[in-house]
Design a protein around this ligand. Sequence first.
Ligand code: COI
Length: 355
Amino acid sequence: MATYVHPSSSPLLTSEGDEKYANVKWEELGFALTPTDYMYVAKCKQGESFSEGNIAPYGDISISPCSAIFNYGQGLFEGLKAYRAEDDRIRLFRPDQNALRMQTGAERLCMTSPSVEQFVEAVKLTVLANKKWVPPPGKGTLYVRPLLIGSGAILGLASAPEYTFLVYASPVGEYHKVSSGLLNLEVNHKYRRSHSGGTGGVKSCTNYCPVVKPFLEAKSSGFSDVLFLDAATGRNIEEISTCNIFIVKGNIVSTPPTSGTILPGITRKSIIELARDTGYQVQERDVSVDELLEAEEVFCTGTATVVKAVETVTFHDKKVKYKTGEETLSTKLYTVLTNIQMGVVEDKKGWMVEI
Ligand code: COI
């Protein structure tokens, strides 16, 4: 199947790799593809279950021009990370949650999904095969991207006759590499990301492409990202282009509910638990733009984003500045979460999975 293309053209590669590490300039990692050596591939016919997959050299795959993914966007993706601890253990963060989310998405898009066991095993195998690409502690993570696509050919609108489950990986650094380390968001009042009954609550490939235009418009106006409002009323905040949002006022942390129009983020779910452990009351409920503009602190969460503080939000001609810095809840939660992920503290939650 795949032809192996060695990523020698990546600007982040140095000439010196060794047994333990690939030849990456770890300090310079951002959130961009640095192709690794191997990927995992499994296939299944409609109505059957997935074959045992196998590890193959990373490279291009051959798919029919008439495939359901190319023509009708029948596809889901996931994102999770592998972390290297100081003692060299390599661990994954809650991979079962990604597997379950893929199953929910597959049900919505009429696809067959791998079992939770197969999903987790595939991720482990991919990380193990690319172990040299897991950055040294504190220098980044190995971002793992599982894909489930309708790879079979279909002309009339229908579910594909064949699905491909593929897992690849890339070492990454920060997603939002902004010099201040803080986000300046624009609340978009023109485009909507999702609507009730749609696919906003699953990680469908088709949710992401339409976000690029409003994102680029926000960037060209000097913002670091864009925040979407609900389609029904245009009054409530929903989601940032690639991550969830939280507001803090007093002892109350509020975040939009996962009622079908926002992605049920795994970092979101974990942060809710950690914020409650820290003594905050967390409310999953509709949050209006007015409340956002009156919040004391705002932050966003996601696998790629981790936990990121928001410095300003702009809505029409109103710009609001929030509390940031060491004393904020987002800084505390970032530290608690990343200490668990990096193996700095004991994982009392049972979230980390060793490979
Ligand atoms: C993730 O955080 O894993 C995402 O899905 C973000 C991605 C669209 C860059």
